[in-house]
Design a protein around this ligand. Sequence first.
Ligand code: ATP
Length: 150
Amino acid sequence: MRLGALRTAKGQRPLTLTDTFQIEIVTPDKMVVKDVAEEAQIPGKNGYLGILPGHAPLITELAVGEISYRNHDITHHLAVAWGFAEVLPDKVTILAETAERSDEIDAKRAQQAKERAEQRLKSGSTDVDYARAENALQRAECRLQVCEKK
Ligand code: ATP
């Protein structure tokens, strides 16, 4: 629904302000979400960003974290890792390395990945890639957190 129009410099087409925006979440494998949202939270590299319709355009890198968006009083939750987000006044596009809706997450797999990463991190072994294990731990913890929100 159209709520109003933003004033612009003389002669320019007015920008329309609506109460929803498009949201698309894409990975190299598939389109995970193509929906409409009233608000969204995304894990930017420097912290979570709250998005409402009409948000100023920006591009940000994504961290590992949860994306949530609300549409018609239903809040959807996804676990995402790395990538980019483009925010426009009427559309948010997320290009993520991985993204899973909460109902797609295999909690047992995430728990096993978490335990594997924890073992590696506390092993003290020089063979372990600690940055990789730390990233795996973050992804697993995020998936476990998001799958509880089904
Ligand atoms: P694992 O060690 O269990 O593979 P990972 O963190 O190394 O976990 P990723 O490399 O992040 O896995 O993801 C590989 C693919 O598997 C992606 O398509 C991702 O969406 C999917 N995936 C990973 N873990 C899960 C999970 N717990 N539930 C559902 N899909 C998952």
